[in-house]
Design a protein around this ligand. Structure first.
Ligand SMILES: Cc1cc2nc3c(=O)[nH]c(=O)nc-3n(C[C@H](O)[C@H](O)[C@H](O)COP(=O)(O)OP(=O)(O)OC[C@H]3O[C@@H](n4cnc5c(N)ncnc54)[C@H](O)[C@@H]3O)c2cc1C
Length: 737
């Protein structure tokens, strides 16, 4: 959970982290808060400059190191984690704005000063107005609070002209300009307002290349990077504390309510980090893309700093609320960042407006990547388009059955390209992305085997060659549909408590018991079934994994009607069902190991599109004017929904790139599962709020209400949210039982 993914960035982060530790910013900030608030430099500023941390992003021709905003963000994050005091952040924001503005004479001179260690600040929001004069502009007014303004050597200011257009200029001193320091919420930095009265700005001081869009992108990105550092520090501080603090005779970190709070802190930190990372990598993307990440950084990352800080305080108890504990210093800084970026709701609205017509491009392969594979896939898809549509759809969630198109794709390894040959193409993330692009370019959907998606990897990994030959290809061809017979009335989350029994008989096993909530069992040809083969063994050890032909005598499938009114899951009664020996996967009593199917076999997941409460649904509601609230409210809701989708996509993309860079996978997968469920729940609920009275009536063509009622399929799938939070608490955060 850090911005740095690539090796180079990780080294940079390590070196900045050790600078941060040496600088001991927390102690320095506490001891010298009055001096810092007045704009004085921290004692370690010269060392920071010697280490070139202030100039990493500045162009080489102006004395900088020529790296990018992604590298600068790594530095900001690490210094944020160390609560490095003083004007570092406002300085690098101001210098990055100038560097991006291009090489006017005034900018070149200022950049050289920045490279030499000058400090800076940028005033974004104006109460300043500019009037044309013969030699430039006359500016009047009082700015909003500006971070780092008191003490800044170089000030970039922004005023609005008579037409409401921004005029950016460097501030020269003089009697007409007054800077007043204010009492900042963040005790470790200066903040103040700029008052200009008849202040003359010569044309030479106008920063023509600076745009609001670029300036806001840089500010939000670097604020988000610092908030990421804060979210990480507060998480590790809370986790460290609850592992050792004891109440009721045990570590408080062993209480589930406490564990889930800590797990949610990790989720927030990862989401914020992904948003900050995505914003930082947008340097070379086009202006529309940067506008999207600018808003997303404000919506998704800045709140993570504030929310995690408060949660850290609650987990620390009374001690967290004391002046002596450092957490309030981080909390204050997080509040200050979120406030200075502007209202989260306004950014959500901005994101919503943008999302009506554009979306973030999360692709990570260029159009010309792997041309040979592209040509191979294109040739298959061309053949496919010449074939008649399979059009043999089953009902509900069941996949298509058979058909010539499906057979062609299965034969070409394109139904599950990540499987090894001959079933797939052994495709890694890059190849899978190229294949997905080729399908998408033709408006074709990649087929899915639905429950086969997690049955087949188990057979591939643990099944006999005979089982693989018998089941894999027909499933990929859509000739076999699977169901999963795991849950039982007495064994849900605690699946290993199952009681369906398998008794050994000549040539096979007799299965008896009851399964429940089995999706598609009424349509399935085969089921994977867990049954107890050794009742005397500890509960995880006496279970076996069977492949059950659903037409075997003794299998009784009874559809259950769900809250939606549809019948997609079932209860399945097994009465002395004979399963031949060749349908036991692996050895008897090894079933638990198989049931915990390895995540490494999961299909590459790039999408952030949510099944429930998706942004597409919001867009439709807006297009049809179906909202009963104001358009602005509906657009804001679209902005929040878009933010949730972007967060998931960025998280997924980071996971994929980490795999490509051979970095140990972090907590992305567990976090994505929890966040995905929560995002769908929130998105779907928000959608109902927009609809007002229309949500009291069923609309068969676009039923958001039934979609909402269908949420449990997501909330329970692959383990409930609570179970996922248990996994994060124990396996990722290492909290005690
Ligand atoms: C639409 C749908 C489709 C499904 N399809 C299938 C299928 O195809 N095959 C199949 O085998 N199963 C299927 N299931 C079952 C699903 O896996 C279970 O519903 C799920 O594992 C939860 O079990 P349960 O319903 O018995 O709830 P319980 O385990 O009884 O849980 C009840 C509540 O207690 C919470 N809880 C339980 N234990 C803990 C704990 N240790 N810590 C914190 N909270 C806890 C849960 O989170 C939940 O909120 C499906 C379920 C749904 C809703």
């Amino acid at each position: 959970m850090a911005l740095a993914l690539e090796e180079e960035h990780r080294h940079l982060a390590e070196s900045v982290e050790s600078f941060g530790a040496r600088a001991d910013g927390i102690a320095h900030g506490r001891a010298h808060s009055a001096r810092l608030a007045a704009g004085e430099l921290p004692d370690t500023w010269d060392q920071l400059v010697q280490q070139r941390l202030h100039a990493i992003h500045l162009p080489e021709q102006h004395g900088g190191d020529g790296a990018g905003i992604a590298e600068l963000a790594v530095v900001v994050e690490q210094l944020g984690k160390a609560l490095y005091p003083g004007p570092f952040l406002p300085t690098v924001i101001a210098s990055a704005i100038l560097a991006r503005a291009g090489a006017s004479a005034v900018a070149a001179g200022l950049l050289a000063e920045f490279a030499g260690g000058a400090t800076g600040a940028a005033s974004f929001r104006s109460g300043l107005t500019a009037e044309r004069t013969a030699t430039g502009w006359r500016v009047d007014g009082v700015s909003e609070p500006v971070l780092g303004l008191p003490g800044a050597d170089i000030v970039l200011a922004r005023a609005l002209d008579g037409a409401g257009s921004p005029v950016w200029f460097r501030l020269a001193g003089g009697a007409s300009a007054t800077i007043t320091a204010q009492d900042g919420v963040d005790l470790t930095r200066s903040i103040g307002v700029l008052e200009l009265r008849g202040h003359e700005v010569p044309e030479a001081d106008v920063l023509a290349g600076v745009t609001d869009a670029d300036a806001e992108w840089l500010r939000n990105t670097l604020f988000a990077a610092e908030a990421t550092g804060i979210a990480a520090w507060t998480l590790s501080t809370a986790v460290e504390y609850i592992k050792t603090r004891e109440q009721f005779g045990r570590a408080v970190g062993s209480f589930q309510a406490v564990q889930h709070k800590a797990a949610m802190m990790l989720v927030r930190a990862e989401i914020g980090c992904a948003a900050a990372w995505d914003a930082a990598r947008a340097q070379e993307h086009d202006a529309d893309q940067r506008a999207l990440v600018t808003a997303q950084a404000a919506v998704a990352a800045l709140s993570a700093g504030v929310d995690n800080s408060l949660e850290c305080v609650t987990l620390l108890g009374g001690v967290g609320f004391t002046w002596e504990h450092d957490v309030h210093l981080y909390w204050r800084r997080a509040i200050s960042l979120a406030a200075l970026a502007g209202s989260e709701e306004l950014w959500a609205q901005r994101l919503g407006e943008l999302a009506i017509t554009t979306t973030r491009d999360f692709s990570f392969v260029a159009d010309d990547t792997l041309p040979a594979l592209r040509a191979e896939v294109a040739a298959v898809l061309e053949q496919l388009e010449a074939l008649p549509d399979d059009a043999v759809r089953s009902e509900g969630w069941a996949p298509e059955r058979g058909g010539s198109r499906r057979a062609l794709l299965a034969g070409a390894g394109l139904v599950a390209p990540h499987y090894p040959k001959p079933y797939g193409l052994g495709a890694g993330p890059e190849q899978q992305a190229v294949i997905a692009q080729e399908f998408a370019a033709r408006g074709l959907t990649q087929p899915t085997t639905v429950i086969g998606e997690w049955v087949l990897p188990t057979i591939l990994e643990h099944g006999s060659p005979q089982q693989q030959g018998r089941f894999i290809d027909p499933t990929l061809r859509g000739e076999i549909v699977w169901c999963q017979l795991f849950s039982e009335p007495g064994a849900g989350s605690d699946l290993a408590g199952l009681s369906t029994a398998a008794r050994k008989v000549d040539g096979g096993w007799l299965l008896s018991g009851q399964k429940v909530w089995n999706s598609m069992a009424h349509e399935a040809d085969w089921g994977v079934c867990l049954a107890r083969t050794d009742p005397d063994a500890p509960k995880h050890k006496g279970i076996s994994y069977f492949l059950v032909d659903m037409k075997t005598p003794g299998v009784d499938v009874r559809p259950l009607r769900q809250a939606t009114g549809f019948s997609e899951f079932n209860e399945v009664f097994l009465d002395e069902v004979f399963v031949p020996d060749e349908c036991l996967v692996s050895e008897p009593n090894q079933g638990w190991r198989l049931a915990v199917t390895t995540l490494s076999n999961e299909r590459l997941s790039m999408g952030g599109a949510l099944g429930h409460g998706s942004s597409d649904r919001y867009r439709d509601v807006l297009a049809q004017g179906a909202h009963s609230c104001s358009r602005a409210d509906a657009v804001r809701a679209l902005g929040h929904s878009t933010s949730r989708e972007f967060a998931l996509s960025a998280l997924n993309l980071r996971g994929v790139l980490a795999r490509l860079a051979s970095v140990e996978p972090g907590a992305e997968i567990s976090v994505a599962k929890v966040y995905n469920a929560l995002a769908q729940r929130e998105g779907s609920r928000d959608l109902l709020r927009l609809l007002g009275p229309q949500a009291a009536v069923l609309h068969p063509e676009a039923d958001h209400v039934i979609d909402h009622i269908g949420l449990p399929a997501i909330l329970f799938g692959g383990g409930t949210v609570e179970i996922q939070l248990n996994v994060i608490s124990r396996r990722v955060l290492g909290l005690p039982r």
